[in-house]
Design a protein around this ligand. Structure first.
Ligand code: C5P
Length: 395
């Protein structure tokens, strides 16, 4: 991001209070910020705050004689490498979708020849309204990139999708949008790590997945310019920098997080999702007692890979993993058909291989095109090759 310039349009929503933090994050990466404030935006964040943090004056009117003597609105929109709208309110999105040019922000958005990234933020009903759905679809058709919104508590006291993406996630999207790698502008959802299925507040059922392969894949996709939503269970390795990290614990939470992250161009499901959860878990710690050990009754967890492969918002490319200990190829081939994904990356995780929790992996890729075995490589090399393949498939 070093030396790049972001034209940052701040709309009028309560999420604007997070924009000063975003400005700092962008500048810490060596990029410059030209702040533009709408009239409504100035109700939530002051021009002084923005200009001090950006180190540049704030632009907030189309009727600035000094600037317009040099056709300022055209200059501003052309001088940037990327235009970011955050928060993108329902009104700003509607005006963008219509091609309105009735204030400085909308005029800049119509005049720009650069990529535009929006971070929508609004009340859940406004977000779900058919008019906003139409506007969003139109903006996506125009090639506008989006990040968020997230689901959660809202300033208005309601709950649902509509919260602006966190500044770190917007930064990751900016980085991806500025990249000129082969996955620039693409959004990929990656699941990683194990899931924990609670027995009671202190005990859980888990598995030995470290999250190393998923983390390496997310980093490799990021390096090719993708915007990555990294949905991770409690993993042993830290998540990569420069991706939007969504931390979950259980399989059910992972499924919901993946759904909230859609739409995406591709999904890579590397997580070792627990197949079962404890149905008769306890809200209080189970005590040792005269009745002996508790019996746990298990219930089936949602199969995220099978679900996304048949979801209405199915990504163009869905990649699953198959960790097997016997008959790897036969099981993986059957799994691909059963789950409905495009590719299965199969590996042998028998104890002797040292693959589970180790640094190396030996994989076989099964797709429509046939079966291809790669030599034993580091997990980083497997990730780089797989990311390159994904870029090829999405081209
Ligand atoms: O059925 P199995 O667990 O062997 O399938 C492995 C593949 O399916 C992996 O890609 C894994 O991430 C995915 N999976 C999933 N949800 C589950 C179980 C597995 O997404 N509940």
């Amino acid at each position: 991001m070093q030396g790049r310039r972001i034209l940052l349009i701040v709309g009028g929503g309560i999420a604007a209070f997070k924009i000063p933090a975003l400005v700092r994050l962008i500048r810490a990466e060596g990029a410059a910020v030209t702040p533009v404030l709408t009239a409504a935006g100035s109700q939530f964040v002051t021009p002084m705050t923005l200009s001090v943090l950006a180190g540049e004056p704030v632009h907030d009117t189309l009727w600035d004689q000094g600037a317009e003597a040099e056709i300022g609105h055209i200059q501003l929109s052309r001088r940037a490498d990327l235009v970011v709208v955050a928060p993108a309110t329902a009104d700003l999105m509607a005006r963008m979708a219509q091609g309105a040019a009735n204030d400085l922000a909308s005029t800049l958005l119509l005049a720009t020849d650069k990529r535009v990234l929006i971070a929508p933020a609004m009340n859940v009903r406004m977000w779900d309204h058919p008019a906003t759905r139409r506007n969003l679809a139109a903006l996506r058709d125009d090639g506008i990139l989006t990040v968020g919104p997230d689901e959660g508590d809202m300033a208005c006291g309601e709950y649902g999708p509509g919260r602006m993406a966190e500044p770190e996630a917007i930064l990751a999207a900016i980085r991806a949008a500025l990249s000129d790698g082969p996955l620039a502008g693409r959004h990929v959802v990656v699941t990683s790590g194990p899931t924990h299925e609670p027995i009671d507040p202190v005990r859980y059922i888990a598995n030995r997945s470290s999250g190393a392969q998923g983390t390496a894949i997310a980093a490799a996709l990021r390096d090719l310019g993708a915007r990555v939503s990294f949905v991770t269970g409690p993993a042993a390795v830290p998540p990569p920098q420069g991706v939007a990290v969504i931390r979950v614990e259980t399989a059910q939470q992972m499924r919901d997080a993946v759904e909230a992250a859609l739409p995406a161009d591709a999904a890579v499901m590397t997580a070792a999702v627990a197949d079962w959860r404890v149905e008769n878990g306890s809200a209080e710690k189970i005590k040792k007692g005269p009745d002996g050990p508790p019996s746990l009754r298990m219930a089936e967890n949602p199969d995220i890979l099978a679900w996304i492969s048949r979801a209405p918002a199915r990504p163009r490319l869905v990649v699953g993993f198959a960790a097997e200990t016997t008959d790897v190829l036969a099981h993986a081939t059957a799994k691909r058909l059963r789950k409905g994904c495009d590719w299965i990356v199969a590996n042998d995780v028998s104890p002797g291989t040292g693959i589970m929790g180790g640094t190396e992996n030996a994989v076989t890729i099964i797709s429509d095109a046939g079966v291809e075995s790669w030599p034993r490589l580091t997990k980083t090399e497997v990730a780089a090759r797989l990311a390159a393949r994904i870029a090829e498939a999405l081209r």
